[in-house]
Each structure stands twice: as structure tokens, then as C-alpha cells.
Design a binder for this molecule. Structure first.
Ligand SMILES: *[C@@H]1O[C@H](CO)[C@@H](O)[C@H](O)[C@H]1NC(C)=O
Ligand SMILES: *[C@@H]1O[C@H](CO)[C@@H](O)[C@H](O)[C@H]1NC(C)=O
Ligand SMILES: *[C@@H]1O[C@H](CO)[C@@H](O)[C@H](O)[C@H]1NC(C)=O
Ligand SMILES: *[C@@H]1O[C@H](CO)[C@@H](O)[C@H](O)[C@H]1NC(C)=O
Ligand SMILES: *[C@@H]1O[C@H](CO)[C@@H](O)[C@H](O)[C@H]1NC(C)=O
Ligand SMILES: *[C@@H]1O[C@H](CO)[C@@H](O)[C@H](O)[C@H]1NC(C)=O
Length: 662
């Protein structure tokens, strides 16, 4: 679907007036296959790993300025970080790089760790089965520069108790090593305290019966980026060998529950990059083998360019037969980009076409590696920004499809989008139930929602919406029962059980809340906002929630402003009246043109002219926020622009306009 997105963009450009990339167009990102150069005066900036964009500026500043602070997830509260890429002036040839890598390998061979314990070998397919379903300890040991530097405190063992209780079988442990090398180049020695910390956290995980994957994480963007201008491949290969030799030495005697992943999402867009990444897989295997202990028998999950299914499927090379490690392929999945990252008004997921695209993506890599165990080591649809019914459908279908293609899943969780580690609660308990129930093969019932963008309203049966001031009537909630029946509905807070007949009824495709029941929740004096959560249980599968929400259109504190001389994020005060978040934001210039991503004119009416969450718009408890980049776009266009903030439920009147004049 990432490639399909690239094709869509490319197709739009071909049809439209623009010949090459224009201002603010996509210029790269994992899975992207379109034009990568930007027009004069613009530079390609990494908005996130899936989406690079042409923004005003010169190349010099862009090479190191990156908004990307975490693997995945459209959460906006991560600190912005400058990632410094290799600035070495000239690249070595592949041949000499290869020679030096094997030279360092032979220099250290035979000096491996001897373990006293026993190791129970496990096949790669058994490992993959045993880690399923898995959870990522995201934004923690992978934080730049140190554990605790991003949105999570240092991990404590109780987090893994919580993850165990939630029903997970495995934990992926992303670790960024880049900022833990001691000085004294070129020894590339890792701080022993950091090796010890990684070893200790690995033990916290495995002593709870989990299977785990330890990796090298954001190093892929900091010093090990084989695509960086002037990348010194000799340096990357030698440092990579040295790093894995040290990790392999420290973790040499860990049990077979511990697997290694050479490197997270290594950038790469060409066959030559992919060859280099294949070589890094080999260097990794050599390094851990040289380190000794049980490493030669340890499961490894190897990776391809970008760690995405498309480039991995195309270019991944099987490891040399001299390495005896049981191996799987790991890839990551954040598709479709627009739904996962709330771009271009895509608040709906679950049409037949959406499902076919996901199925085709999983099938393609499975069909190319019929005999290789596969792990989706990261995937997510975050509670913070995706629409609820769409998210539940996505969780259900993704896991079902992974089951179909015998592929394990490991959920990404940056600490803000799924599990609240401090308060020990799942932000959306329903996705957790859907995930575990679907992994176990149970069929879930799901709330329906509008399934395509060709209409101008969007409903979601995860909510019983009532518009303030309207008469209270029966609320019909279209439902996909998938063969199950409703067992009970109860008020989550009071525990009161609804009476079938008097309070609700069902037919083969809907749950109907009676007006008599709804009137017990909503009276003429009830305020807007969330009024009740109804827990629905079914004859089988995950329980769902119906959130009763009374809404009115939120009110902006101001509706116009003059474009300031310099751009900064622009908070616009808002009084929420229902769900406290925008669904989408549309930007139309005074000449009727679309401000950003002009190609969205080819999308449906719920998507035309809409911008992208996080990079372009955001919100908090008291404001909707236009990002500085949007103000830049208005200045560059030189046109007064009207921003239409759209809320849930999406309908033409549930919007508020804000105009930025030039
Ligand atoms: C590339 O890295 C190698 C190994 O660290 C180093 O010996 C060499 O001088 C570097 N090349 C350049 C051009 O910096
Ligand atoms: C399958 O692998 C072959 C050979 O490596 C590659 O050429 C092809 O593109 C791959 N197919 C898919 C669907 O990725
Ligand atoms: C299904 O979800 C319910 C509610 O979260 C949970 O209690 C149950 O264990 C789940 N079933 C499976 C097989 O995971
Ligand atoms: C279910 O009930 C709703 C509300 O009365 C109705 O609109 C819908 O057509 C019914 N569906 C079926 C399949 O009976
Ligand atoms: C319903 O659940 C949501 C999500 O957890 C919560 O934000 C809201 O406050 C709840 N509403 C009530 C009335 O408890
Ligand atoms: C908001 O602005 C758009 C033009 O961009 C206009 O079509 C629409 O009617 C306005 N809506 C409201 C509620 O003012």
C-alpha cells in the first residue's frame, strides 16, 4: 500500500499540471517510488520515515534536520530531534569495504565466549509462533540519546507484568546504541553500563516467559545510513561488526528466547543499497558467531531495505549457508499511510478495496518466501489519531490476515498510543481484546462505519452521537456481527445492565438503542461531551464499547488572523463540544485552489484539500494548532487561506472556519 500510495501520487502528477515534484510534494519515505527531487528553493525534509516532503529551505540545512524522532506512530508529542547523518566525505568501494569487514571478522574469530548453561535450540518457525502476539517497548531504550529522554521513563519490571497480563507472548526490545559509544575512535567500544542495562532489561523480559528480539535501532539513521551522501561504507561495516560483536559477547549466554535483529528500518531505495543491507546482515551473522556463546544457534530476524515488505521481497538475499542460525524475516507495516498517519482526511478504513490492499501486501511477501518464517515487527493504528470504528476494523483485519499468511505480529507502542505505563491501563482496551482474540482465531463483532470517501458525512457505530438540541430518537448503529449475537449491554460506569426490548434491540445488521433508554442518558439539560460508555459483549470474541456522545459544533476563540512575518506553530483557542479532537483540516486558498497537496483534488469529498496530522495540524486540550510549515505554505502561496476544522461526526455543518490573511 505504500507503493500504491507512491503510484497514486505519481498518477496524480501525470494527470495534473505539475511535471516534477512541486512545493510540499512527497519526495521520499519507506515504500515511496515517485520523484525524489524538490524544486529550487525547496529541500526534501523527513516528516516521518514514510513521508518526506519538499519544504522551503536549502539542502544544507535539510540533510540533518529531521522531524523523525521515533520509529512509527503518528503521535505528536515526541520531542523533535536533530539526527546527524554520516558526514564522511568519500565513500569506499564495496570491495574494500567487504575486505575490511572480513578482516575484522577473522581477526577476532576463535575468541568467543564460553557459556556454562544449556541452550535449548528453537527453530525460527517455533520462535515466530512463540512470540505471537508481541509488543514493542517503543521510545524507551531506543530513545535519542538515552533511555528516559523521550516520553517514557526508564522501564521498570512491572511494565512487563502488565504486558504479560494483557496476553502478549513476546516483546521486541528496540535499542539505540549510537549515543553509548565511549570516546576513543576508532575502537567503537560501547559503554559497559549500557551493555549491562540492555542485558538487564532482556532478563526482565525473558524471566517473565516472553520471547524477545533485541536490535540496533535508530543507529540506522544516525551513523549506519548506507544511503547518506558521502556515507563511508567501510566505517559503517567496521562499526557495525564491532557493535554486534560486543552485543553478541554480552548476550552470548542468553537462552533461546532471545533473538537478534541486525538493524531497524535501514534506509535504502535502490538495489545497490539493498545489496549493502544484505551485506550488513552477513556482517551481523559473522559478528555474533565470532562473539561465541550460543549465538551460532540463536534465532535471528533478518531485514531488507527499509524493513518494508516491498523492498524486502524484491531484494533480500538469503544468508550464506555457512551460518547455521535459524532465521526469519522481519518487516514493518504502517499502511495505508493516509489512514495510519491521519493524512488527507482518511478517517475511514475497511472498504473491500482497503482490505484487498492489505491482503495483497501480506500475500506478496509470503508468496516470495513460502518457506521462511515471517514477523511483522512493527505495526500500529494509534488511539491518539485514528477513528475508533476504523481502528477496530483495522486491528481485526490485520491480525486475521497475518494469521492467514502465517505471520506473527508485534505491535508498536511508543508509550503514548496504546499502553499507559504509568497508570497501568490500556488507552483503548477494545483494541487489545480484538488483538488477542483475533490472534487466538476468535471471530469478533465490530461496529460498522462509512466505508468509502465518496460521501460527505461519516458515521461510526463506535459512538451513539446525539446532536445537542435535536429530539432524542432511537439510535440505529449498523454492526458487523460476523456470526455472533449480542449477549449483554451494560453501562461501564454504573454496571447497570440494559434490558433487551425496552432499552435496546438487535437485528442481523444493527444494534438499536431505544429512545426511552437514550432519554435516561441525555436530558434537555445535559452538557455536550461523553455521557456514557456501554460495554457490549457477544456470544464470541472481543467486547466492544458504544460511547454515548452529545455534540455541538466546537467554537474557535478567533476566526481570523493576519499571517505573521515569521512562522511558528499557531495555536487557535477552541471550546470542544463532543469529541475533543479534529477529524481533519482542509486548507483552501482565496482563489479556490488547495493550499497543500493539490493532488488531493482527485480524492473523494471527505479528503480533497485536507492536510496531514502531526506535520501540519495538531490539537491539545484548549487549542487546534496549525504548524509552522502550514504558515510557510500560506506565505509561499501569497494567498489568504481558509482552514476548515472538521470534527466527529463528520458532516458538513460540524466544522469551524479560520482564515489566515496575507
Ligand atoms: C572511512 O572509514 C575508514 C574506517 O573507519 C577509515 O579508515 C577511512 O579513513 C574513512 N575514509 C574516509 C574517506 O574518511
Ligand atoms: C520476489 O522475489 C523476486 C526475486 O528476488 C523479485 O524479483 C520479485 O520482485 C519479488 N516479488 C515481489 C512481489 O516482491
Ligand atoms: C477476548 O477478549 C476478552 C476481553 O478482553 C478477554 O478476556 C479474553 O481473554 C480474550 N480472548 C482471547 C482468546 O484472547
Ligand atoms: C435493522 O433495523 C434498522 C432500524 O430499524 C433498519 O433500518 C434496518 O433496515 C434493519 N436491518 C435489517 C437487516 O433488518
Ligand atoms: C468513556 O470512555 C472514554 C474513553 O476511555 C472516556 O474518555 C470517557 O470519559 C468515558 N465516558 C464516561 C461517561 O465515562
Ligand atoms: C468554511 O469555508 C468554506 C470555504 O473554504 C466554505 O465553503 C464553507 O461554507 C465555510 N463554512 C462555514 C461553516 O463557515
Amino acid at each position: 500500500m505504500v507503493a500504491r500510495l507512491g503510484l497514486l501520487l505519481f498518477g496524480a502528477l501525470v494527470q495534473g499540471a505539475v511535471a516534477a515534484n512541486g512545493p510540499y510534494a512527497q519526495c521520499g519515505g519507506t515504500g515511496y517510488t515517485g520523484e525524489t527531487t524538490c524544486p529550487s528553493g525547496y529541500t526534501c525534509k523527513v516528516q516521518n520515515e514514510w513521508y518526506y516532503q519538499c519544504v522551503p529551505g536549502t539542502a544544507a540545512s535539510s540533510a540533518v534536520s529531521s522531524a523523525r524522532t521515533s520509529s512509527s506512530s503518528a503521535v505528536s508529542t515526541k520531542p523533535s530531534t536533530t539526527l546527524v547523518t554520516s558526514s564522511t566525505k568519500s565513500a569506499s568501494t564495496s570491495a574494500s569495504a567487504s575486505a575490511s569487514a572480513s578482516a575484522s571478522a577473522s581477526a577476532t574469530s576463535g575468541a568467543g565466549v564460553k557459556c556454562t548453561g544449556t541452550f535449548t535450540p528453537v527453530s525460527a518457525s517455533a520462535f515466530v509462533k512463540n512470540i505471537n502476539p508481541g509488543w514493542n517497548l517503543g521510545n524507551t531504550l531506543d530513545a535519542v540519546e538515552d533511555e528516559g529522554d523521550w516520553n517514557n521513563p526508564k522501564v521498570t519490571a512491572d511494565t512487563f507484568d502488565d504486558i504479560k497480563a494483557a496476553g502478549f507472548k513476546g516483546v521486541r526490545l528496540p535499542v539505540t546504541w549510537a549515543y553509548h559509544f565511549t570516546t576513543g575512535s576508532p575502537s567503537w567500544d560501547v559503554d559497559p553500563a549500557w551493555l549491562q542495562r540492555v542485558s538487564d532489561v532482556t532478563d526482565m523480559i525473558t524471566t517473565r516467559g516472553f520471547y524477545t528480539i533485541v536490535n540496533v535501532h535508530h543507529d540506522s539513521w544516525v551513523w549506519a545510513d548506507v544511503t547518506a551522501a558521502g556515507a563511508n561504507l567501510t566505517m559503517i561495516e567496521e562499526k557495525f561488526y564491532r557493535l554486534w560483536y560486543q552485543i553478541g559477547t554480552k548476550l552470548a549466554c542468553k537462552g533461546s528466547q532471545v533473538a537478534f535483529e541486525p538493524i531497524n528500518e535501514p534506509p535504502g531505495t535502490t538495489a545497490a543499497h539493498a545489496d549493502e543491507i544484505n551485506k550488513l546482515n552477513t556482517i551481523f551473522l559473522q559478528a555474533i558467531s565470532d562473539a561465541g556463546g550460543f549465538n551460532a544457534q540463536r534465532v535471528v530476524t533478518l531485514v531488507g531495505a527499509g524493513e518494508d515488505s516491498i523492498k524486502t521481497s524484491q531484494w533480500f538475499k538469503r544468508p550464506d549457508a555457512k551460518f547455521k542460525n535459524p532465521w526469519a524475516i522481519q518487516y514493518h507495516y504502517y499502511s495505508p499511510y493516509d489512514f495510519i498517519f491521519s493524512a488527507w482526511g482518511k478517517t475511514i478504513w475497511g472498504s473491500d478495496a482497503d482490505k484487498a490492499a492489505l491482503d495483497a501486501d501480506f500475500a506478496a511477501i509470503r508468496n516470495n518466501f513460502t518457506d521462511v518464517p515471517l514477523i511483522i515487527g512493527e505495526w500500529d493504528a494509534s488511539y491518539t489519531n485514528t477513528e475508533t470504528a476504523a481502528r477496530w476494523k483495522y486491528f481485526d483485519f490485520l491480525i486475521r490476515t497475518a494469521n492467514k499468511y502465517n505471520t506473527a505480529t508485534v505491535l508498536w507502542d511508543n508509550g503514548l498510543d496504546q499502553f499507559d505505563r504509568i497508570n497501568h491501563v490500556w488507552r483503548d482496551p477494545t483494541v487489545l481484546s480484538i488483538l488477542t482474540n483475533t490472534t487466538a482465531g476468535t471471530t469478533n463483532s465490530l461496529p460498522d462505519s462509512t466505508t468509502d470517501g465518496s460521501v460527505t458525512t461519516q458515521f461510526s457505530s463506535a459512538y451513539a452521537y446525539h446532536k445537542a438540541g435535536d429530539a432524542v430518537t432511537d439510535v440505529v448503529l449498523p454492526y458487523l456481527f460476523n456470526g455472533n449475537t449480542v449477549s449483554s449491554i451494560k453501562n461501564a460506569k454504573t454496571g447497570a445492565v440494559l434490558t433487551k426490548g425496552a432499552d435496546y434491540s438487535t437485528n442481523s445488521s444493527a444494534i438499536i438503542l431505544t429512545s426511552a433508554f437514550v432519554k435516561t442518558v441525555i436530558t434537555s439539560s445535559t452538557a455536550t461531551g461523553s455521557l456514557a460508555n456501554l460495554t457490549v459483549t457477544f456470544s464470541s470474541g472481543a467486547p466492544n464499547t458504544i460511547e454515548v456522545v452529545q455534540y455541538a459544533t466546537p467554537v474557535l476563540g478567533s476566526t481570523t488572523a493576519k499571517l505573521p512575518a515569521t512562522s511558528a506553530d499557531l495555536p487557535i483557542p477552541i471550546t470542544w463540544k463532543g469529541q475533543s479532537r479534529p477529524a481533519a483540516v482542509k486548507a483552501i486558498k482565496s482563489d479556490g485552489g488547495i493550499l497543500i497537496d493539490d493532488w488531493t483534488q482527485y480524492l473523494g469529498p471527505l479528503q480533497q484539500g485536507r492536510m496531514t496530522y502531526s506535520g501540519q495540524w495538531d490539537w491539545d486540550a484548549n487549542n487546534v494548532i496549525l504548524k509552522a510549515t502550514v504558515l510557510d505554505a500560506v506565505r509561499s502561496a501569497g494567498k489568504t487561506t481558509t482552514f476548515t476544522f472538521e470534527f466527529y461526526p463528520r458532516e458538513p455543518t460540524n466544522v469551524a472556519n479560520f482564515t489566515l490573511t496575507v
